[in-house]
Design a protein around this ligand. Structure first.
Ligand code: FAD
Length: 433
């Protein structure tokens, strides 16, 4: 029996329930990744898949291909509408099922609905730490606020049905591909301006699970950095003020469950403190935005956000005004904003503190539509992930469910508080700042 394993944001071998299931239930297996329009499209005048994320994704796919070949299979990389491509593949191979991980994003949900129309789609595993099928309630009845969500989840956590399960084993061998498949797998990165970050980046982000697992090793075990995560997380310079796991988590090169179990092991073998707990809380924020996205669907991307507030239907575009152009290119004249936006442009990464400051500046001080900032982030962030990006922008814009306390926000105060000696601004803009 032939099955199709549709890789989505699970570009790894370790702790990959969909891969394990496909390996155990198939005689012949087709492993496929599809560059669908939901990955690369035009939004508010910008192309969504920018240079650094494109490179990271392509390198992750190249590594996954090698790993699958070593296990006796291969990865076929195709381009087009995912449902149409899969329909053709099913017809050509007479596959019994398409096996794929769950995804919470709105467009990803639409993909699933379209695929279910012509084949048996088996959803196995997902991108979140908590299993969406084991939550304390249906996602639609989960509390809207993160604080309440976290309180429910963390209450006697280990005793509950939503306690984190062990990671699943990696398959030792995979069934072969069917013979006589006529498919042209893509051999080169489809994005023209795909490129590596500047050498000034906080660290090198190489795509693929090997680099992800190496980063856990160095951040947790070699550097012991998780011990101080809560105190260092608002810093701006260097590789170790935060975990930097986001690009690998966003592409599924790293399993959040693996990260969770490594933190728990660190707590047992080294230290358990507020910082180790804090890092787990960050993973819960990540889950919260995934489930909120599942619950609120398209609203999260609309001007009124997940609260569904009314908003103007006026077309917005990044080309429209000088203000947005200056923000995007780090030319506002506010050196703290400009340094962060320059880091983003040159590397694809920006600290959490930076993201909070530049987004509030765009919304509060420039009075611009938050969606312009969100789509610029979508293009440039190497760790862009729709639920996290749009969820955080909703929060910053005050249209999420948790109240953002930022009355009297002033960018000059942010700079004074977080970069008092101007070292970060100097690093990115030169000593003239
Ligand atoms: C406006 C804005 C846009 C953002 N867009 C994204 C995005 O597209 N993709 C993304 O992964 N994160 C996004 N974030 C959240 C956060 O800034 C990054 O996850 C974090 O900076 C990544 O660095 P790290 O891996 O070192 O984080 P750490 O502090 O080490 O946290 C560990 C992991 O927890 C998760 N996490 C941490 N903070 C958050 C948060 N606020 N929301 C959701 N998950 C979180 C991430 O997966 C992260 O890798 C955004 C934040 C803001 C304010």
């Amino acid at each position: 029996m032939t099955n199709i394993l549709w890789f989505r944001k699970n570009l790894r071998i370790h702790d990959n329930p969909a891969l394990l299931k496909a390996s155990e239930s198939s005689e012949r297996l087709i492993c496929v990744f599809i560059y669908d329009e939901i990955i690369h499209y035009d939004q508010h005048g910008v192309q969504s898949l920018g240079p650094y994320r494109a490179k990271f994704l392509w390198d992750s796919l190249a590594e996954l291909k090698k790993s699958l070949q070593a296990l006796g299979n291969d990865l076929i990389i195709l381009r087009g509408d995912a449902a149409e491509v899969l329909e053709e593949l099913v017809a050509q191979s007479h596959a019994k099922s398409v096996i794929a991980p769950h995804e919470c994003g709105y467009c990803e949900q639409l993909q699933e609905t379209a695929v279910k129309k012509f084949c048996n789609l088996e959803i196995v595993g997902g991108a979140t730490l908590l299993d969406i099928n084991e939550l304390p309630s249906e996602p639609a009845s989960l509390p809207n606020s993160f604080i309440l969500f976290r309180r429910i989840i963390e209450n006697n956590w280990d005793e509950q049905s939503w306690a984190i399960k062990d990671c699943v084993d990696s398959p030792k061998k995979l069934p072969p591909k069917p013979e006589n498949l006529s498919l042209d797998t893509m051999a080169i990165d489809p994005i023209d301006d795909s490129r590596r970050a500047s050498d000034k980046a906080v660290m090198t982000f190489n795509g693929g699970e090997n680099a992800a697992l190496a980063r856990i090793q160095s951040y947790l075990w070699t550097g012991n950095n998780v011990e101080n995560h809560k105190e260092t997380r608002n810093q701006l310079l260097g590789s170790d003020y935060s975990s930097k796991l986001s690009p690998w988590l966003a592409n599924g090169c790293l399993s959040p469950r693996h990260v969770y179990h490594e933190i728990r092991r660190f707590e047992k073998e080294r230290v358990q403190n507020e910082s180790t707990h804090w890092l787990i809380c960050q993973l819960l924020w990540r889950d919260y935005y995934h489930f909120a996205s599942y619950k609120h669907g398209a609203d999260m991307f609309l001007g009124g956000g997940m609260r569904g507030q009314g908003c103007s239907k006026k077309k917005i575009s990044i080309d429209e005004s000088e203000l947005i152009q200056k923000w995007c290119h780090g030319k506002t004249g506010q050196t703290f904003v400009d340094a962060n936006m320059t880091e983003l442009l040159e590397t694809g990464y920006m600290s959490n503190r930076g993201r909070q400051s530049v987004s509030l500046y765009l919304i509060r001080e420039l009075g611009l539509d938050w969606r312009l900032g969100a789509s610029w982030f979508e293009r440039y962030l190497i760790d862009f992930e729709p639920c996290n990006n749009y969820g955080n922008w909703n929060f910053q814009a005050g249209i999420g469910h948790d109240i953002k306390k930022c009355n009297g926000f002033k960018i000059t105060e942010e700079a004074r508080k977080h970069d008092p000696e101007g070292r970060y601004q100097d690093y990115w803009l030169g000593s003239s700042s």
